[in-house]
Design a protein around this ligand. Structure first.
Ligand code: IPE
Ligand code: IPE
Ligand code: MG
Length: 244
């Protein structure tokens, strides 16, 4: 695949982002953590547009992990307030840009009005095709894998599926990401170099890049740079490749 910024640039089909560093961004300015989350939401708006313009087909943003429920009540409330505001303000805009919206994670833990906003947004944008924006909310990869195993075990116990038929493809289809291709590129901001329970199954062959900037400072140019770096990588998937 090519795009206009370079003749040979390989644009990743699916980019996943661990948007980290909002709290430290705020602290470095002497602001409360919520100010960092607000600035982080502005960065989301910019990067969604930049990714779609670059020709990315799937953008998955880690917005709230299953472990983030352990944060102080006030911070969780602030984050949920920002999420509510984002869903109310941005979905019509995404729809206007032909972007499909989807949420992965244990959405039952979210407030009923937020679940409703998510369902409406997914339904309204279901047929859009320019890019799919996936928000990981109340998402934990181990929980996702356990829940896929549970669903398959229930189907087997009911005689609906033969355990022998459970292979990688069947298993993947039972994850929250069923139908979505695996990420080609993972970006984590803030300088931390860990996965923090994100997309463990799906990232078996993903290329990783760690950016030394807090998420609110991550710019369109930084995204472009990450895509250019990715395009120089040689992906081998365990095989011997002689293509350069
Ligand atoms: C990422 O920023 C946003 C969420 C995890 C919700 P953090 O809030 O983790 O910011 P730091 O890592 O404390 O700086
Ligand atoms: C990962 O960031 C989750 C999100 C970005 C939503 P955290 O800040 O929660 O991760 P740790 O605690 O540094 O591993
Ligand atoms: Mg963090």
């Amino acid at each position: 695949m090519t795009n206009n910024s370079s003749d040979t640039e390989q644009v990743p089909t699916h980019i996943a982002v661990i948007m980290d560093g909002n709290g430290r961004w705020a602290k470095s300015r002497g602001l409360p953590r919520v100010a960092g989350h607000r600035a982080g939401a502005d960065a989301v708006r910019r990067i969604v547009e930049a990714a779609a313009s670059a020709g990315v087909s799937y953008l998955t943003l880690y917005s709230f992990s299953s472990e983030n429920w352990k944060r102080p009540e006030e911070e969780v409330r602030d984050l949920m307030g920002l999420l509510r505001r984002y869903l109310k303000a941005e979905i019509a805009e995404l729809h206007g840009k032909d972007i499909r919206f989807k949420v992965i994670g244990d959405r039952k833990r979210l407030a009923p009005d937020i679940i409703r906003l998510i369902e409406d947004a997914e339904e309204m944008t279901a047929e859009n095709s320019r890019m799919t924006l996936v928000l990981a909310l109340s998402y934990g990869a181990r929980e996702e894998i356990a829940s896929a195993a549970r669903k398959l075990a229930q189907s087997a116990a009911m005689g609906l599926i033969n355990p022998e038929a459970i292979d990688e493809e069947v298993f993947a289809a039972h994850l929250y990401t069923g139908g979505i291709p695996d990420p080609d590129l993972l970006i984590r901001t803030s300088g931390e170099q860990r996965i923090s329970n994100f997309l463990l199954w799906q990232m078996a062959y993903t290329e990783f890049t760690f950016v030394d900037k807090f998420w609110p400072d991550f710019s369109e140019e930084d995204l472009g740079q990450a895509i250019r770096d990715y395009s120089k990588r040689e992906r081998r998937y365990g095989a011997v490749v002689h293509n350069r």
